[in-house]
Design a protein around this ligand. Structure first.
Ligand code: 5GP
Ligand code: ZN
Length: 115
């Protein structure tokens, strides 16, 4: 299935629900997170529906690479000197939306380890 009509991120791709779109190309869409955890908190998603990063990797390593390239390009455009890129995979890791997404987080000091 390319898109899932029940999925909120598929609806953002299709423009059925609004989002602050930062960037898009044939493989990815990037938009501001609704509940930002840092001055920059952007979600980068594939333009096809798959539930997590592992599933996308199995379908297309090209798309996983495109997600990381988009994150790096956006960070560079914003002059971020460092950033965190996160995939939460599975509810136990905090995943709440089951359309793969890369969190691009930056613009403040980031502690390690994360909570
Ligand atoms: P997860 O917890 O699955 O790793 O991350 C899901 C992220 O999606 C959360 O950071 C949450 O704030 C964000 N989010 C959930 N629903 C929406 C939405 O409708 N629009 C936007 N822009 N972000 C959303
Ligand atoms: Zn989806």
């Amino acid at each position: 299935m390319t898109l899932d009509p029940e999925c909120i991120f598929c609806k953002i791709i299709e423009g059925q629900i609004p989002a602050e779109i930062i960037y898009r190309n044939e493989n990815v869409v990037a938009f501001n997170d609704l509940n930002p955890q840092a001055p920059t908190h952007i979600l980068i998603i594939p333009t096809l529906h798959a539930e997590n990063a592992a599933a996308i990797s199995a379908i297309s390593p090209t798309i996983i690479a495109a997600m990381h390239r988009a994150a790096d390009a956006i960070a560079a455009e914003r002059g971020l000197t460092g950033y965190r890129s996160v995939f939460n995979t599975g509810a136990d890791a905090g995943q709440s939306v089951f359309h793969a997404h890369l969190h691009l987080i930056g613009g403040r000091g980031l502690a390690w380890p994360p909570g």
